[in-house]
Design a protein around this ligand. Structure first.
Ligand code: CTP
Ligand code: MG
Length: 244
């Protein structure tokens, strides 16, 4: 297996509020993206990391990775390429930078800085053992309601139903794929203007089988301000434990 990681990091982080692009916001004094790249580099499966930076931020991201020792001097090589207007486009641009010998791709959000290396390894292993699309997932804590549109703006949304929670999972990254499969579903989606919120969703859309492996609560995505508070606490606990 020759596995590369593609790290979409070109989003603005609007839900996190005003400030630098989300991937460059700091957690324990280190940008989220640097945490994410280090987490991937810890896996022996990963031989190359392609970081997809904001289109106007490639040089800044390159310098930032280098200054934190996450630019590829040690461990896997690290490339930085410009991203697009959507996550899907950014992933596609990252895939386009892969050298021919790569046969497995792990797509990992820069916004999931604390993913444990065991999750990265488990996803890579499942692809190596024959699955063509693998997603780490966790059970839902909340009950989920399906809703319809409100009758008029400002009126409450009607509930249409309650899916059985035991049949639902919240999915995380890295999501792992055979390279040829991921490339072909991204190309089809581009031609047909199909959007999905995750890469596995494109595989499902075109009839491919996606399987799950256990995710981890610390692989959560930093989306809103409270997530950053939680991430700081998790990181502080890790650093305290490392001292003993
Ligand atoms: N992403 C990307 N290119 C985009 C949009 C998103 O590479 N045009 C990346 C983000 O940088 C992030 C990952 O996709 O690492 C997951 O997206 P999300 O959590 O939605 O991040 P943002 O789009 O930055 O946040 P928001 O939706 O709140 O603006
Ligand atoms: Mg987004």
């Amino acid at each position: 297996m020759n596995a590369a990681a593609v790290v979409p990091a070109a989003g603005r982080g609007e839900r996190l509020g005003p400030g630098a692009p989300k991937a460059l916001r700091e957690l324990g004094g280190v940008p989220l993206l640097v945490h994410a790249v280090r987490a991937l580099a810890r896996s022996r499966a990963v031989t190359l990391v392609v970081v997809v930076a904001p289109a106007d931020g490639v040089a800044r991201v390159r310098a930032l990775l280098d200054s934190h020792g996450a630019g590829g001097d040690e461990g896997p090589e690290v490339l930085v390429v410009p991203g697009g207007d959507t996550r899907q486009e950014s992933v596609r641009l990252g895939l386009a930078a892969l050298p021919p010998e790569v046969d497995v791709v792990l797509v990992h959000d820069a916004a999931r800085p604390l993913v444990p290396v065991d999750v990265v390894d488990a996803v890579a292993r499942a692809v190596d053992e024959g699955a063509s699309a693998v997603v780490p997932a966790v059970p839902l804590a909340d009950t989920v309601k399906q809703v319809g549109p409100a009758a008029a703006p400002g009126l409450p949304e009607p509930v249409l139903g309650t899916p059985d929670r035991s049949t639902l999972r919240a999915v995380q990254t890295p999501q792992g794929f055979r390279r040829d499969l991921l490339l072909s579903v991204h190309e089809k989606a581009l031609r047909e203007a199909v959007d999905a919120t995750d890469d596995a969703g494109l595989v499902e859309r075109y009839g491919g089988q996606v399987v799950l492996v256990p995710g981890h609560e610390e692989a959560f995505k930093v989306t809103r301000p409270l997530d950053l508070v939680l991430a700081e606490a998790v990181l502080a606990r890790r650093r305290a434990n490392d001292e003993f």
